[in-house]
Write a protein that binds this ligand. Structure first.
Ligand code: UDP
Ligand code: MG
Length: 324
């Protein structure tokens, strides 16, 4: 069976379109399927519409989270409910077209454990595209594992990868595409054109997007911490050279371009030096703080999602609210 996980946050405007496209595309998947719509604390009509889907169509299951936990947590909640041998993650705004799935499933049947989508073209604004490009390259450069460039969450995963993600990766900060890359197994990328949102507004605010980017950078790398050492070494080495220069200058008292460092009191140099170094120190205090904050979150062991209700046609044992 195929399980499709779709996080939904205030998507009432496009849910019917989503239902129609999924249902129309479903014969091409050539599998029995379940579609798990995770309601991530929507406050529009989404939940009611989704419940109606589940009532008229046994393929649909609704997982209602107790509040808005965010896209990545919603995906994790959905994964927990899946039962299929193959598991798909896709967005609810039809940017990841369900008609593309046969190509992905083909690869999965060939024996790949993870088939992830690589976004070749994005139909988004210039700055957003640029920001994505820079982010993925920076992430690939500093992260300790190979997170494929321009790969989003859209993917097909084999059951065993999903089990690894659910059982062996208890972390609170869920950067799903990173965890997926970390899991390993047989992975392959498939290029696709990311479509425009089918309707409604983007639910990722700038702040949420920035947090996602920071999760990616901080959760898969300690490079920012090492950067403090590198910059520290560079600054110390440079000041060592400057020190030597001053000693030589004392001894030989030469002029450079008719100028001698002892001609001026050097206030500007000192001021710039102090501001620069204070800036560097503050930045790295912040970086250290970021890691400590993340450790604090991890140590508390709070659930990163809470399921309030599951609506499905399955036997009742499945539909009991569970926590993770
Ligand atoms: N989403 C969610 N919780 C959130 C924000 C978004 O479940 O807090 C869902 C949203 O409904 C959509 C998917 O995540 O199905 C991707 O969101 P969006 O299209 O806004 O992101 P973008 O495509 O702009 O990256
Ligand atoms: Mg979108």
């Amino acid at each position: 069976m195929l399980s499709i996980v779709i996080p939904i946050y205030n998507e009432a405007a496009i849910l019917h379109k989503l239902y129609d496209r999924l249902t129309a595309a479903s014969p091409s998947w050539k599998e029995d399927y379940e579609i798990i719509l995770v309601d991530d604390g929507s406050y529009d009509a989404s939940l009611g519409i989704m419940k109606a889907f589940a009532e008229k169509d046994p393929h649909f299951k609704i997982v209602k989270l107790s509040r808005n936990f965010g896209h990545q947590a919603a995906i994790s909640a959905g994964l927990k409910v899946t039962r299929g041998e193959a598991v798909v993650i896709m967005d609810g705004d039809l940017q990841d077209p369900p008609e593309q799935l046969p190509i992905f499933l083909e690869k999965w049947r060939e024996g790949f454990d993870v088939v992830y989508a690589i976004r070749t073209k994005r139909k988004e604004g210039f700055f957003k595209k640029l920001a994505y490009k820079v982010f993925y390259r920076l992430l690939a450069w500093i992260s300790d594992i190979d997170i494929p460039l321009d790969s989003g969450d859209f993917c097909v995963m084999d059951r065993r990868v999903v089990e690894v993600m659910l059982q062996e990766m208890p972390e609170q900060n869920r950067f799903v595409r990173g965890l997926r890359a970390f899991a390993g197994f047989n992975q392959v990328g498939v290029a696709y054109e990311r479509e425009e949102r089918a309707g409604g507004e983007a639910k990722y605010t700038f702040r949420k997007l920035l947090n996602l980017a920071l999760d990616g950078l901080f959760d898969f790398s300690t490079f920012p911490l090492k950067l403090a050492i590198y910059i520290g070494l560079f600054v110390s080495f440079t000041s060592f050279l400057v020190g030597i220069f001053f000693i030589f200058h004392r001894i030989f008292n030469f002029k450079i371009l008719g100028y001698s460092p002892t001609d001026t009191p050097g206030l500007a140099t000192l001021a710039v030096g102090i501001f620069f170094l204070s800036g560097v120190i503050l930045i790295f205090l912040g970086v250290i703080g970021e890691y400590i904050g993340r450790m604090y979150l991890e140590v508390k062991r709070r659930p990163f999602f809470i399921i309030e209700e599951i609506v499905s046609h399955d036997p009742p044992s499945e539909s009991q609210p569970t926590e993770h």
